[in-house]
Write a protein of this length. Structure first.
Length: 630
C-alpha cells in the first residue's frame, strides 16, 4: 500500500500533502490537549508495532504481497488522532531510512494509512461495538470488524489515486507518464487483495491484540478510566510482545514478490504488456526513479538482500528510531505540562509540598523545600552578562538532593534489588568485559535491550538512565568515534556524500564500526548505572569488600561519596548567602573575585572538616576497618 514516488505525479502528491497539513495540525493539537505524558510510551509502542507489523509480508494473488498496518489498533488503544501521529511517524521512518514509500508521496501515504484507515476503522469499531451491546467481550470482535473495513477503505483510496494517473497525465500518443493502469484495473486489484488477504490479517491481528490488552487490564480509548492511570509495570509484557514481533519479523522474507502497485519503471512496463498493449516505460516514472530518494544505502528494502540478519537489524533500527522520536516528543509534552501546571499561589505550593512529603517519606522537609536555588529577580538579573556560576551551583545542589532519591530506587521491590550485591557486581563486570570482544551489532543491540528490560522490571527510572547514557555517548564518545565513519579513515561503499570536492563521505563499513563502538559504550554505561541504581551504597561497599577490593580504596570511596554532597551543599549555601546580600547587578570582575575567595574559603572548610571527621572517628574506636551494620 506504500505509494512510491515513481507512480504518482507531483501535482497529486502535493494535493495529498496539502490535505494532510490541517489533519496533522488538528492531531497535534488534540494530542497535546488530551494525552498526558504517561501515555506517550503507549503511543511509542503502538507506532513501533505498526512499523513492525508492516514488515510481515503475506503472499497475495498474482505473485504479489500484502501486509497489515495496525492503524485501527492504535486508534482503539489511544484514539484516532493519536493514530494519525503514530502511523505518520512510522511511515516517515520507513520512507527516510528504508525507501519504503517515497518522500514526495509521503503526504499521500499518510492520507491513506494514517488518516483514512484509522478514522474509518475506529468509526466502524464504535458502531459495531454499540450494535453488539457495548460489552467488553465483544470489543475485540468489534475492533476486528473495524480494522477489516479500515484497511480496505485505505486500499480503495490508493486505487483511486493510482487509477486517475493515466487519464490526467499522459503524452500526446496516449502513453502514461506515471502509473499506466486505469481505475477499472486498480480498484478491483487492490480491493480483491485486501478483502481476501490483508483485511483478514489486519482483523486477526487487531482482535488478538485488543483481547491481549484486555487481559492485561490496559484501558482502551473511550473507556471510563484513563490510560494515563496505567501502572508502568503493566507495560512490561507489551514491551516483551514488541520485542518478540521484532525477533519474528524475518518471517516476512518468506513471501516473495512486490506489493501490487509498488513497481519500478521496468515493472510498470511489464504490467502494460500483461494488459495486451505494446510495452513502454513511462518517461516521468523512469526519471523519478533515476533521481528519487531510495533510503539509506545498505538499508534499502529493509536490507532484505542480506537475509534474516539484515531484516532483523532493519527492524531494530526502525523501531528504535520511532520509540526515540516519540519519547523526545513526550519529553517536550511533559515539559509543557510542568510549565502550565506550575503553582501560582502559596496554597498550591503548600499542597504540592504536602504531596511530595507523603510520596517521599525518606526525604526530610528541608531537602524538599530547599533543594534548589531560587532564580534572581528580573531587576537584579537584567544587568548580568552570564549566570554560569548560579546555574552550576544550582545543578550541584539538585545533585545533592537527588542522591537520596537514588537510594529510593534501590529500596524498591524489583528484580535486581533482590540479587546479592556481590553477585550483581560480578555479573556486571563479566558483561562489560565480554562485550568488548563482541562485534555483532544485532547481538549488542539485543544485550542492550536486555539491560533496559532488567531496569524496567526492577522499576528503575528509565528516562534519566537513557538521557545520561546517550548524552555521554553522543557528546564525548561520539566526538571520537564519528570521524571513523568518513571515507578518509574507513574506506568502503559510500552511504552519504558530505562534500564533493574533495570528496568526503560516510561509508557503510565506517558507520557499522562507529555504531558498534557506540552501543558497546552504551551497554557498559547502562550496566554500571543499573548496578548503582538498584544497590544501596552500603550494600555496594559490602559487595566490593566481599570481592576482596582493598580496604584503603573502599575507605576513600565511602568518605568521598558521603562528604562530597556535604561540600556541594556548603558551596550552595555560600552562594545563597552572598546573593541574599546583593543589591543591583554585579560585574564580571566582582564575580571572579567571589569565585576566588569562595574557592579558598571552601578549601579551608574542607580541611577543617576533614580534621574534625578524623578526630570523631578516632574517638569512636575507628582502627581502619569499616563495620557493616547489616
Amino acid at each position: 500500500m506504500h505509494i512510491p514516488d515513481s507512480v504518482l505525479s507531483p501535482a497529486t502528491s502535493a494535493a495529498a500533502a496539502v490535505a494532510m497539513l490541517p489533519i496533522w495540525a488538528a492531531a497535534g493539537k488534540h494530542v497535546r490537549k488530551n494525552m498526558g505524558s504517561r501515555q506517550i510510551p503507549l503511543l511509542a509502542m503502538g507506532s513501533a508495532f505498526c512499523f513492525t507489523i508492516m514488515m510481515f509480508n503475506i503472499p497475495a494473488l498474482g505473485g504479489t504481497t500484502a501486509h497489515p498496518v495496525a492503524g485501527t489498533l492504535l486508534a482503539v488503544l489511544l484514539g484516532p488522532w493519536a493514530a494519525v501521529i503514530g502511523v505518520s511517524v512510522s511511515l516517515a521512518i520507513q520512507a527516510l531510512l528504508f525507501g519504503d514509500g517515497g518522500l514526495m508521496t509521503y503526504g499521500a501515504n499518510c492520507f491513506t494509512m494514517a488518516f483514512v484507515l484509522p478514522f474509518t476503522g475506529f468509526a466502524l469499531y464504535r458502531i459495531s461495538h454499540r450494535l453488539m451491546g457495548n460489552s467488553d467481550r465483544t470489543r475485540p470482535i468489534a475492533a476486528a470488524v473495524g480494522s477489516f473495513f479500515g484497511i480496505n477503505a485505505a486500499a480503495g483510496i490508493v486505487a483511486l489515486l493510482l487509477g486517475i494517473q493515466p487519464s490526467l497525465f499522459h503524452e500526446a500518443n496516449g502513453h502514461a507518464l506515471f502509473f499506466p493502469l486505469g481505475i477499472s484495473i486498480t480498484l478491483p486489484a487492490m480491493l480483491i487483495t485486501h478483502l481476501l488477504v490483508a483485511g483478514p490479517a489486519e482483523a486477526v491481528v487487531t482482535g488478538l491484540v485488543v483481547r491481549y490488552l484486555q487481559t492485561m487490564s490496559i484501558p482502551l480509548y473511550g473507556e471510563n478510566h484513563s490510560a494515563g492511570d496505567l501502572p508502568s509495570r503493566r507495560t512490561e509484557k507489551i514491551w516483551i510482545g514488541l520485542l518478540a514481533m521484532i525477533a519474528l519479523c524475518p518471517l516476512g522474507l518468506l513471501a516473495k514478490g512486490e506489493a501490487w502497485g509498488e513497481w519500478d519503471a521496468k515493472g510498470l512496463s511489464e504490467q502494460i504488456a500483461k494488459q495486451g498493449q505494446q510495452a513502454y516505460i513511462p518517461k516521468s516514472a523512469l526519471a523519478s526513479e533515476a533521481h528519487g530518494y531510495k533510503g539509506i544505502r545498505g538499508f534499502q528494502d529493509y536490507a532484505s538482500e542480506k537475509g534474516a540478519k539484515g531484516y532483523l537489524t532493519a527492524g531494530l533500527l526502525g523501531t528504535g528510531m520511532i520509540v526515540g522520536l516519540i519519547w523526545l516528543a513526550g519529553r517536550v509534552l511533559n515539559k509543557n505540562e510542568r510549565t502550565h501546571s506550575s503553582p501560582s499561589n502559596s496554597g498550591e505550593i503548600e499542597y504540592q509540598r504536602s504531596n511530595m512529603m507523603s510520596a517521599s517519606p525518606v526525604l526530610p522537609e528541608w531537602m524538599i523545600t530547599c533543594s534548589h536555588i531560587e532564580p534572581l529577580p528580573k531587576s537584579v538579573r537584567k544587568g548580568t552578562r552570564n549566570r554560569f556560576l548560579e546555574n552550576t551551583l544550582n545543578e550541584l545542589t539538585n545533585r545533592h538532593a537527588s542522591s537520596l532519591r537514588i537510594e529510593e530506587s534501590a529500596k524498591r521491590s524489583g528484580y535486581l534489588q533482590r540479587i546479592e550485591p556481590q553477585v550483581k557486581i560480578l555479573i556486571s563486570l563479566i558483561f562489560i568485559i565480554s562485550i568488548s570482544s563482541v562485534r555483532n551489532l544485532p547481538l549488542l543491540a539485543a544485550i542492550y535491550l536486555l539491560v533496559l528490560y532488567s531496569a524496567v522490571i526492577s522499576h528503575l527510572p528509565i528516562k534519566p538512565l537513557l538521557k545520561r547514557v546517550w548524552a555521554f555517548v553522543f557528546l564525548f564518545a561520539g566526538a571520537i568515534i564519528l570521524p571513523s565513519t568518513l571515507n578518509v579513515v574507513t574506506p568502503g561503499r559510500e552511504l552519504i556524500v558530505l562534500w564533493q570536492q574533495p570528496r568526503v563521505s560516510m561509508t557503510f563499513p565506517g558507520t557499522v564500526v562507529a555504531a558498534t563502538l557506540m552501543i558497546k559504550i552504551a551497554v557498559a554505561l547502562s550496566l554500571g548505572m543499573t548496578l548503582t541504581l538498584s544497590t544501596r551504597w552500603n550494600s555496594m561497599l559490602k559487595g566490593l569488600a566481599v570481592l576482596r577490593i582493598p580496604t584503603l580504596f573502599l575507605t576513600v570511596l565511602a568518605m568521598t561519596h558521603r562528604y562530597l554532597s556535604v561540600i556541594m551543599q556548603t558551596a550552595a549555601d555560600m552562594f545563597t548567602a552572598r546573593q541574599s546580600r546583593l543589591v543591583g547587578p554585579q560585574s564580571n570582575s566582582q564575580g571572579r573575585s567571589f569565585i576566588g575567595a569562595g574557592a579558598g574559603a571552601l578549601f579551608g572548610k574542607s580541611l577543617a572538616l576533614s580534621e574534625e571527621i578524623h578526630q570523631a572517628m578516632i574517638s569512636r574506636g575507628f582502627r581502619g576497618q569499616f563495620i557493616q551494620l547489616d
